[in-house]
Design a protein around this ligand. Structure first.
Ligand SMILES: Nc1ncnc2c1ncn2[C@@H]1O[C@H](COP(=O)(O)OP(=O)(O)OP(=O)(O)O)[C@@H](O)[C@H]1O
Ligand SMILES: [Mg+2]
Length: 691
């Protein structure tokens, strides 16, 4: 086996060389200085010497000189490990008779290649007569050297030098290329990070910030520190807490951070709120651990999520109001049927008693209570968006001016009342009665909030709501709106009260003073008009309610009047379809009493059967809108095909549009609102027959 003597004073480097050469199949002997190296050369049968240059005592050059000068060892090949920091190294190498050299830091495979090359050359030349050593004097950098080397040796060294220079150039070029590629990819990474709206920082295990994006720097600068002054360890997080996080969150973040750092959990996420310049804002913070060169780094993401939180809250509020609206509307609908029955029978009884008698005045009390109850259900239906609407194209300024006198009377002398109405404000599509209802409710609330007087202002103006506004307000479509603003200088409301004002039965007024249905009604009406309402209020400063109603697109025809002709005796045939037995019998009774021939059915199937079999003309179909199975409008469509001469009158506690989209007075469809009195039934029937 080929034996190589390694002369190297550093034992770690000697071990490295031993490992490298042994792995390549050589036997290795080690000496730690020049003197013992030379002795080993003489004692052992060595094939080549690989020696470091810089060593205490006899250095590599001297060792080489000694080897080449001693006839016993002169034929050994010597390979020097130099740093090639100076051209002198080569001259020194030549002058001491070295056969080759390798520069440090060396590449393992390259070094082994050189050793093999050296040994092969020696084997090749060993057979032939090599040229005699020439003794040449050279001057380099002011010094004279005598080079005592064979021609082959000089050529080998020259080629090795050339090779080394090329290799070091190549290494430099590659390093520059790598650096450039690195710089480019770092630039791409930085631009990508900067493109995020959230604040991002990469922090190492010691808490040092390694990278951050532009929003992070912006946020940090706004909070008084510059992340370029890279903060170390806990200091980074402490600074972070003291700047942005409420103290009670600091503990939770520290716990999360510990868990992520120790690898107990891969990530930590927290949403928190904190007042920023006096305004409460919401933030999310996440820390995610990822591996890096055997260690780990933390990606910190921080984001202002105030807008999203607000939108979520608003949308939850809208959903809650919808749910309550459905419930309230449902109860009001059933309650309406009961009121209809009570009212109608009381009316009928009334006709049997002499006016002015005790029974008559008792019945009047029942009727009065029924009226109050029906006013209440009307409000509930309005809140549930199920009130009958008479849509018209309205000038809101006119509606407000018409109400002027009444509002003055409501407010009393110590409240100053004024209006600022935008000239030529666009028209809206709404029910005038409902708009009055809205204004009355808001004005009464304002009055109650100013017991010691104050100022009430009603304004109208037109606005355009853009996509940005619509996206940040649930259920609002972008477009042109007219706003009615009602502002008072009263007590104002706390945030808790503001959050609940539109809920039905929410009131802060004493028992008997408020039902808590005023603003619920307003809310329902505004929703029904495809508008929305906002409230701004500050305690002791006052409140402003803003109602946004969409501008009308086309003009509407005036709604058909429901209360026109007086009831007149007739003997036309009327088919009543109503699933509620009590309501059906009261209708039969009222219409029979009025002289009509009455046919009645409890559902669509029965009604169809009557239409098939009844031999004479049926003048009018009086049908409920909401029924199990086939609805009133569907039934009407089917039956009027068979009997085109038959008129139709719908009745419901719901608004027609809410139920079918067809049965509103807007389309000229005849409609009877429940609860009804016998008088209103006969009037509506006459109107429908005359239409
Ligand atoms: N302009 C206002 N200023 C101060 N608080 C108000 C104002 N408007 C409404 N509120 C508060 O909102 C609550 C609910 O109002 P809402 O009109 O729905 O019911 P109410 O006035 O209490 O009773 P109702 O209108 O049924 O008689 C009120 O009790 C009051 O606390
Ligand atoms: Mg009120």
């Amino acid at each position: 086996m080929t034996r190589i003597l390694v002369v190297e004073d550093s034992s770690t480097q000697a071990m490295e060389l031993r490992y490298l050469l042994e792995s390549a199949g050589f036997e290795v002997v080690i000496a730690h200085d020049g003197t013992s190296g030379f002795q080993r050369c003489k004692q052992l049968d060595v094939d080549a010497v690989l020696s470091d240059v810089l060593m205490p005592g006899m250095d590599g050059y001297e060792l080489c000189k000694a080897i080449k000068a001693d006839p016993e060892t002169a034929s050994l090949s010597v390979l020097l490990l130099t740093s090639l920091s100076e051209p002198m190294d080569i001259i020194h190498g030549l002058s001491c008779g070295a056969d080759n050299f390798v520069t440090k830091p060396y590449d393992g495979a390259y070094l082994v290649g050189r050793v093999r090359h050296l040994l092969e050359n020696r084997a090749l030349r060993g057979e032939r007569k090599t040229s005699p050593p020439s003794s040449v004097n050279v001057l380099l950098m002011g010094k004279q050297f005598t080079i005592n080397a064979e021609k082959e040796q000089m050529l080998d060294l020259l080629l090795a030098t050339f090779d080394e220079v090329l290799r070091s150039r190549q290494r430099e070029f590659e390093a520059r290329l790598n650096e450039q590629t690195l710089r480019e990819s770092q630039g791409v990474l930085q631009s990508a990070l900067d493109a995020f709206a959230r604040q991002i920082a990469i922090v190492d295990a010691r808490g040092k910030i390694r990278m951050f994006n532009a929003p992070f720097r912006q946020f940090a600068l706004e909070n008084g520190w510059d992340p370029r002054q890279s903060l170390e360890g806990a200091q980074y997080f402490e600074t972070w807490f003291s700047l942005t996080l409420a103290r009670e969150q600091a503990g939770r973040v520290q716990e999360g951070l510990d868990a992520v750092r120790t690898g107990r959990q891969p990530a930590f996420f927290l949403e928190y709120s904190v007042p920023v310049r006096g305004v409460m804002r919401f933030f999310s913070l996440s820390m995610t651990r990822f591996p890096d060169h055997g260690g780990y780094l933390l990606a910190i993401e921080h984001e202002d999520i105030t807008a999203r939180k607000q939108l979520e809250r608003r949308s939850q509020h809208v959903q809650k109001m919808d749910a309550i609206g459905q419930l309230a509307g449902g109860v009001a609908h059933d309650f309406n049927n009961l009121l209809t029955v009570i009212r109608s029978y009381s009316d009928l009884l009334m006709q049997d008693f002499a006016p002015g008698g005790q029974q008559c005045s008792d019945l009047e009390q029942i009727l009065k209570a029924t009226d109050s109850a029906s006013a209440l259900t009307k409000q509930l239906l309005a809140f549930g968006r199920q009130q009958l609407v008479k849509l018209e194209v309205l000038d809101l300024n006119v509606v407000i001016e018409e109400l002027d006198k009444m509002l003055h009377r409501l407010l009393g002398a110590d409240i100053e009342y004024g209006t600022t109405l935008e000239h030529g404000v666009p028209r809206v599509e709404a029910d005038a009665g409902q708009i009055q209802q809205i204004l009355m409710n808001l004005v009464i609330n304002a009055r109650d909030a100013m017991p010691r007087g104050g100022r009430l202002q009603i304004e109208t103006k037109s606005v355009s709501l853009d996509d940005g506004y619509a996206n940040s307000h649930d259920g609002v479509a972008p477009g042109r709106y007219v706003v009615i603003e009602v502002t008072d200088t009263g007590t104002g409301m706390s945030a808790d009260v503001q959050a609940r004002v539109f809920e039905p039965f929410f009131t802060t007024k004493d028992v008997g003073k408020g039902t808590g249905l005023g603003l619920a009604t307003v809310y329902g009406i505004v929703q029904q008009c495809r508008g929305h309402i906002t409230v701004f209020s500050e305690l002791e400063r006052g409140s402003t309610f803003k109602i946004f109603l969409p501008c009308a697109h086309q003009s509407l025809q005036q709604p058909g009047a429901l209360s026109a002709p007086e009831p007149a005796p007739a003997n036309e045939a009327i088919l009543i379809v109503e699933d509620n037995v009590a309501v059906r019998s009261v209708l039969c009774r009222v219409l029979k009493d009025a002289g009509y021939s009455v046919l009645d059915a409890c559902d669509a199937a029965q009604a169809s059967a009557i239409c098939e079999t009844y031999g004479k003309r049926i003048h009018l179909l009086l049908t409920d809108v909401v029924m199990p199975g086939v609805s009133g409008p569907e039934l009407a469509a089917e039956l009027t095909q068979k009997r085109p001469e038959m008129k139709v009158l719908f009745m419901s506690g719901y608004s027609g549009t809410a139920v079918t989209g067809r049965a509103s007075t807007r389309d000229g469809v005849q409609f009877l609102q429940k609860p009804f009195s016998p008088g209103s039934v006969t009037r509506a029937v006459r109107a429908a027959l005359a239409s």
